[in-house]
Design a protein around this ligand. Structure first.
Ligand SMILES: Cc1ncc(COP(=O)(O)O)c(C=O)c1O
Length: 396
């Protein structure tokens, strides 16, 4: 697998264990984007010349590839800059369409800031209230509490598919059912979910599913909002500009059809084409085998960490866990550990992982996180453990 990823293939010593932050890119994705710039570069949806038509075709084919993979209609795939922009789009636009004073938005305490802050802004703007589903002592969503929180005032339920800190897959099918039972809309933050398995938005029956391209083999600067067609039709545009209009007069404007209504201005053409290629790469993998391999690596790490009495691993692995290992060392700050690892050419993440409310619950300000992915193997885990031993020699 490593051979497919030029950055890793060109540097055999490097151990990359921070894929929950961003994945490495396969050669096919890099080459596809290069090909666009070398021989297809033109603006899309505008030109009547062949070059522009070719660019438009490649751009729209990428959308079709992603739509097929998610079991969505092509017009339900909106290109955004990433998960963050996709959630902001929904918080603003769906907020305008669906939220009124007194309404409630239900989130969880384990969300990434990208799935908290846009709702805080929307709540303030539309007079709604935020409610948070708590965690059990095993750091799983408390479904009993969810049942009492999701009620007649709930307009929207927004929850991560998989926690970027804990690596736990939330019971989203159950939460979506609860939300539907009270007529609430649902948004799934799929930034991590899209990485660890097949996603079928129709089977899930969610109204929105948001993700970033860069975590799933694609480039930065591109992401996707899947939106149920009926919802997108009801929602006003998020941003105004070129491409999203049908007609502009000095008195007012009317909107283009989906998905253009939500894609103002020149889009990220090369990144979108790159994301289409990333999906071709992803969809050719055995995603469930990949997930169980990531999990095996995570389990091997947790096993190795048992020899370090000062290390506290936060999560208990279960069938809902994808192999992301988040832990704290009582005598070494995560940043110091990550720096020692860096000296050993091992990349891990340290910090609050954009989930400060969850850090408060874990009782720490930061953790270290190791997130194995398709190009990692048992030796990578051993290299990390060796770096941890070195850090202990230095700091303990
Ligand atoms: C669960 C989750 N949600 C949202 C985001 C935000 O993604 P982006 O910064 O690509 O918009 C991330 C990124 O780490 C994430 O892990």
């Amino acid at each position: 697998m490593r051979e497919h990823f030029p950055l890793l293939a060109n540097d055999p010593e490097l151990v990359y264990l921070d894929s929950a932050a961003t994945s490495q890119k396969p050669a096919s994705v890099i080459e596809r984007m290069n090909r666009y710039y070398l021989s297809e570069n033109a603006n899309v949806h505008r030109g009547v010349y062949k070059l522009s038509e070719d660019a438009t075709r490649a751009f729209e084919e990428a959308r079709q590839t992603i739509a097929r993979s998610l079991n969505a209609k092509t017009e339900e795939i909106i290109f955004t800059r990433g998960t963050t922009e996709a959630i902001n789009l929904v918080a603003n636009s769906a907020g305008q369409a669906y939220l009124k004073p007194g309404d409630e938005i239900v989130l969880t305490v384990a969300e990434h800031h990208s799935n908290i802050v846009p709702w805080q802004l929307a709540a303030e703007r539309f007079g709604a209230t935020l409610k948070f589903i708590p965690l059990t002592s095993h750091l799983r969503l408390d479904l009993e509490a969810a049942k009492s929180l999701i009620g007649p005032r709930t307009r929207l339920v927004a929850v991560a598919h998989i926690s970027n800190v804990l690596g736990i897959e939330h019971p989203i099918a159950e939460l979506i059912r609860m939300a539907k039972a009270v007529g609430a809309k649902t948004l799934i933050d799929g930034a991590q979910g899209i990485v660890h398995g097949a996603v079928d938005v129709k089977a899930l029956d969610c109204d929105f599913y948001a993700f970033s391209g860069h975590k799933v083999f694609g480039p930065t600067g591109i992401g996707v909002l899947y939106g149920r067609e009926a919802c997108l039709e009801q929602m006003p545009p998020y941003q105004g500009g070129g491409d999203m209009i049908e007609r502009v007069t000095l008195q007012g404007s009317s909107w283009n059809i989906l998905p253009s209504k939500f894609e103002a201005g020149t889009p990220a053409i090369a990144p979108a084409i790159g994301l289409g290629e990333a999906f071709r790469f992803r969809d050719a993998l055995d995603l469930s085998a990949m997930r169980s391999k990531d999990k095996q690596l995570g389990l091997a790490l947790i096993d190795a960490l048992k020899e370090f009495p000062d290390v506290r691993v936060f999560v208990e692995p279960g069938p809902d866990w994808v192999g992301i290992v988040t832990f704290a060392h009582s005598k070494i700050h995560p940043h110091d550990l990550a720096s020692v690892c860096d000296n050993e050419k091992v990349c891990i993440r340290a910090g609050h992982h954009c989930a400060q409310p969850l850090m408060d619950i874990l009782g720490v300000s930061a953790t270290a996180r190791v997130s194995p992915f398709v190009y990692n193997d048992a030796q990578d885990i051993q290299r990390f453990v060796k770096a941890l031993r070195k850090a202990e020699l230095l700091f303990v």
